[in-house]
Design a protein around this ligand. Structure first.
Ligand code: GA4
Length: 325
């Protein structure tokens, strides 16, 4: 159960009837020769796509899902031993440091497991070694898929070398994160309004790779601002373009605004790998994509992005600081 406090202010969104499942989400089969061009088109139009034949074994996925559910089923007092999520650990309802609240609990981790706090390990008790190895297996599989997708993006845009993006993930200083979100079923869900599980935002990183159980809730915003619901699919991964990739492609790829609404009947569990660059990496449009075009952004390091956005609210436009007017 989530802990409750009377002062909590959840956000609600209108449960518009048009927000039925959208059938037009781009689907990419990574084993097919058209994967590169489909990925580029999807990133330009939606900043979002679904991937099948991703190479991550269902066994690795199920084992981690099982570990996560065991953790989230613990009494709150036990889970809180792994908190707060500052910067890494267990968090409950509160997101970031500026008053954002959602109907969820979560674990936020560095993909570099040494950077996580000892309290996190202790929360997994004697099972810690098993948790680590299950998490490692899953992250290895997802990292491999992420590399393949990032190389396909570069090849699809004729950028050389093809590892321009994937080298940032392979760098030992890559500032990548892993997040497991648990959204309990929300009995207070109204007929006309939905409680927000995770408020609308864009991801700051390069790409994010999300896998969830079969519970709905994820919504993305289209170019015209319409919100559409993503049909859940526990066998596939969903890929988001983040702010950093929008900048590196000088706006050609779109960092997708997305959110999660709570489900009245079923709990949702999602696991997201956020591919981040090293802190010292300069984020700027790639010269090969400029061809005489003006850069839409001032150059910044990933550290500067994080630093200037530490105080932001979830829904803020974090690239605003770096846009050229
Ligand atoms: C959104 C994407 C990832 O979940 C995250 C989030 C981070 C956090 O939960 O601490 C942030 C949010 C996210 C962007 C703005 C700041 C930082 C909460 C928040 C209000 C882990 C990330 O990297 O950026």
């Amino acid at each position: 159960m989530l802990s409750k406090s009377p002062t909590e202010q959840y956000t609600y969104v209108k449960n518009c009837k048009e927000t039925t499942f959208f059938s037009g989400i781009p689907l990419v089969d990574l084993s097919k020769p058209d994967a590169k061009s489909l990925i580029v088109n999807a990133c330009e139009e939606f900043g979002f796509f679904k991937v099948i034949n991703h190479g991550v074994s269902m066994e690795a996925i199920s084992k981690l899902e099982c570990e996560a559910m065991n953790f989230f089923s613990l009494p709150l007092i036990e889970k809180e031993k792994a908190g707060p999520a500052n910067p890494f650990g267990y968090g409950n309802k509160s997101i970031g440091h500026n008053g954002d609240v959602g109907w969820l609990e979560y674990l936020l981790l560095s993909t570099n497991l040494e950077y996580n706090s000892p309290t996190l390990s202790s929360a997994f008790g004697q099972n810690n070694e098993n948790f680590r190895s299950v998490l490692d297996d899953y992250m290895c599989g997802v990292r491999k898929m992420a590399c393949e997708i990032l190389d396909f993006m570069a090849e699809g845009m004729n950028i050389q070398p093809k590892n321009v993006f994937s080298k940032l993930l392979m760098d030992k200083h890559s500032d990548s994160l892993f997040r497991m979100n648990h959204y309990p079923a929300c009995p207070q869900q109204g007929d006309d309004e939905n409680i927000i599980g995770f408020g609308e935002h864009t991801d700051p990183q390069i790409i994010s790779l999300l896998r969830s159980n079969n519970t709905s809730g994820l919504q993305i915003s289209l170019r015209d601002g319409t919100w559409i619901s993503v049909p859940p699919d526990h066998t596939s991964f969903f890929i988001n373009v983040g702010d950093s990739l929008q900048v590196m492609t000088n706006g050609r790829f779109r960092s997708v605004r997305h959110r999660v609404v709570a489900n009245g009947l079923k709990s949702r569990l999602s696991m997201i790998y956020f591919v981040g660059p090293p802190l010292s990496e300069k984020i700027a449009p790639l010269p090969s994509l400029m061809k005489g075009k003006e850069s839409l952004y001032k150059e910044f390091t990933w550290f500067e992005y994080k630093n200037s956005n530490y105080g932001s609210r979830l829904a803020d436009n974090r690239l605003g600081h770096f846009e050229r007017i």
